[in-house]
Ligand binder design. Structure first.
Ligand code: 2P0
Length: 347
């Protein structure tokens, strides 16, 4: 069914076992399996898609601003739409209208929620009847970490072995209702845009870091251990692996030449504060992505102490509490008026 507006809502995910390095840049195939939790709709992307025979080009808006589809970065991510259009045998052009509900620079990848919402809404708009693992293979090619936002709860992105990437897709380890005790605090440390993009940074790490030679083995071992800890609801082990993973990834970043340094002094204070909280056993875990902002994972029982410890660190701009989310969903048609106006203006 074409010409109708389809809307999807998706959320970011935070990796506990990290993806940092590709074995295939084109297909976005990772060197190791990663595991994440999908976050709730505190931060979300709402994306509406319509295909129309009245247009002679694709049109893409984010937060009310038209994106330049000739720019390499935008084109690289938008190619998921081409792929699905090919699968559906459609020749119609798309209007995509996407809105993020993120506080400024929350440090959570809006690309993950953005691309998973785009893939989810587009598949519905094109009437593609394909399962989540196929959808995740498409989303992965827009941005690696985005594929993990296509399911809720605890999600594993398998590294796969095949050259064509057909076995590098996601699987849900457990859904969002499985461990409702888990709480994640996002501690916003800096709102500055990162100097090195993840895509460029991880490529340099793979090319220059000798320490990286061991990194895929470490991550693979951590992925197995973490999956077991999830199955056993063993929080202290989950916390240890989460922290070791963050440290291991930031170690290979520092070993990159020239070095990539995303953590700042406040990030380091957070690390020390969490280890102090954990002196009698692990009750919390920090994890950092390609920036200084922390996600601190804990449980309902200890969240008051963890919040107070974070709150006493000078320089943290905001602390936002989130739970594990349920993954993307189709919503009622939204931004229909905006999309119709865009089609009318461009026909
Ligand atoms: C992750 N990150 O596992 C890791 C941890 C950042 C640090 O995946 O080149 O935007 O589009 O595949 O997915 C960020 O990298 O990179 C990322 P591409 P992506 O979440």
């Amino acid at each position: 069914m074409l010409d109708e507006v389809y809307t999807a809502v998706a959320t970011p995910n935070i990796a506990l076992v990290k993806y940092w390095g590709k074995r295939n840049d084109e297909l976005i195939l990772p060197h190791n399996t990663s595991i994440s939790i999908t976050l709730d709709e505190t931060f979300k992307t709402t994306t509406s898609v319509a295909f129309s025979g009245k247009l002679d080009r694709d049109i893409f808006f984010i937060n009310g601003e038209e994106q330049n589809l000739d720019s390499h970065e935008v084109k690289e991510r938008f190619k998921v739409v081409d792929e699905m259009r090919r699968m559906a045998g459609s020749a119609e052009h798309a209007v995509v209208y996407s809105v993020n509900s993120f506080p400024t620079a929350a440090g959570l990848a809006s690309s993950a929620s953005g691309i998973s919402a785009l893939v989810f809404a587009t598949s519905k708009a094109l009437g593609l009847d394909i399962g989540t693992s196929r959808l995740s293979i498409i989303a992965r090619q827009g941005s690696g970490s985005a594929c993990r936002s296509l399911m809720g709860g605890f999600v594993k992105w398998k590294k796969g072995e095949k050259d064509d990437g057909s076995d590098s897709y996601i699987e849900q380890i457990k859904g969002n209702g499985y461990w409702p005790d888990i709480v994640a605090f996002v501690a916003i440390v800096s709102e500055a845009k990162k100097k090195v993009s993840s895509r460029a940074g991880m490529k340099q790490t793979v090319e220059t870091s000798k320490l990286y030679r061991e990194r895929p083995n470490v991550a693979e071992e951590h992925a197995k251990e973490l999956e077991k800890a999830i199955m056993e609801k063993d929080f202290p082990t989950l916390a240890r692996i989460t922290m070791e993973e963050s440290n291991s990834m930031h170690a290979v970043m520092l070993d990159t030449f020239p070095p990539i340094i995303y953590l700042n002094d406040i990030s380091k204070e957070i690390i020390h504060a969490v280890h102090e909280l954990n002196s009698g056993g692990n009750i919390a875990a920090y994890t950092f992505d390609a920036g200084p902002n922390a996600v601190v994972v804990t449980t309902e029982k200890n969240k008051g102490d963890v919040y107070n410890a974070l709150n006493s660190i000078g320089g943290i701009k905001d602390i936002v509490e989130l739970k594990i989310g349920s993954g993307p969903r189709i919503a009622d048609r939204q931004y229909e008026a905006e999309i119709n106006a865009i089609i009318e203006k461009n026909r």
